[in-house]
Ligand binder design. Structure first.
Ligand code: SAM
Length: 245
């Protein structure tokens, strides 16, 4: 499943460049806008992702597409001073603004190409609001499965389009109309916040995402909707046999 998903957004290298440059531009306002657009609820969703990762004090976690480190910091609090969290992102601007801690390290890198990360060297791998920006989901999840030890969790938090009529109507108003305007006003970058609803529209359905995780070495894949369906949380376990079987 590489390349375009048949929508209006570009694929491959062009998409990567567009996304990287966009996050470089909005990095300074990203966390403020996140807090405004989710009414602070992003913290709860981060907490759900941390729980799904099942990490404990002393564990090692890799957080891909970590941006300015919102989920990275929540994971670092969970694994504590004896643990370690590696945040990876390909936007230098986002990483420059990422706040660290004694048990956090940030590295620049592409989430679909982690050749420099040792196989089975982490207890869990997470990605929050990053998968939607990555056209090659097979490359992403095969790398996430590879770097996690057998029995470790791979967790993906994403934005989705809700199904119920009431939520869908609210979502249409909020996400398609208010978010692009608010984003443009606060970040000064209209393109970035019209890309956001567009990227959600073009992203694969939750059931399809679960299938992609399964065919890349993850077992017991489950997913659930949060916040009336505007957020999805997927979780899979790295199999004990090569290829997940
Ligand atoms: C919406 S932000 C999410 C940041 C953070 N995970 C959070 O929860 O706030 C998406 C991030 O994905 C990063 N990203 C997109 N594609 C990537 C890739 N192929 N490799 C690494 N980072 C990527 C972007 O640079 C951006 O920082």
């Amino acid at each position: 499943m590489s390349g375009a998903r048949g929508g209006r957004l570009p694929a491959g290298e062009e998409r990567a460049r567009l996304v990287r440059e966009m996050f470089d531009r909005i990095a300074g306002r990203y966390e403020l806008l996140n807090a405004l657009m989710t009414a602070g609820l992003y913290r709860r969703w981060n907490a759900a992702a941390v729980r799904a990762s099942a990490v404990r004090p002393g564990d090692r976690v890799i957080d891909l597409a970590c941006g300015t480190g919102s989920l990275t910091r929540a994971l670092a609090r969970r694994v504590g001073p004896q643990g370690y969290v590696l945040g990876v992102d390909f936007s230098p601007g986002m990483l420059r603004r990422a706040r660290g801690g004694p048990n956090i390290e940030y590295r620049i890198g592409d989430a679909t190409d982690l050749g420099w990360v040792e196989t089975a060297s982490f207890d869990a791998a997470t990605i929050a609001y990053g998968a939607r920006n990555i056209p090659d989901l097979d490359a992403l999840f095969s790398e996430m499965a590879r770097v996690v030890r057998p029995g470790g969790a791979v967790v993906c938090l994403e934005i989705a389009r809700p199904q119920g009529r009431l939520f869908a109507a609210f979502y249409g108003l909020w996400f398609d109309r208010i978010v692009p305007r608010l984003g443009a006003a606060v970040s000064g970058d209209p393109g970035a916040y019209s890309y956001l609803p567009e990227s959600v529209r073009e992203f694969v359905a939750p059931g399809v995402l679960a299938g992609i995780m399964e065919r890349n070495g993850l077992q017991d894949v489950t997913w659930r909707r949060l916040a009336g369906g505007i957020i999805t949380l997927h979780r899979g376990i790295r199999g004990f046999v090569e290829g997940g079987g």
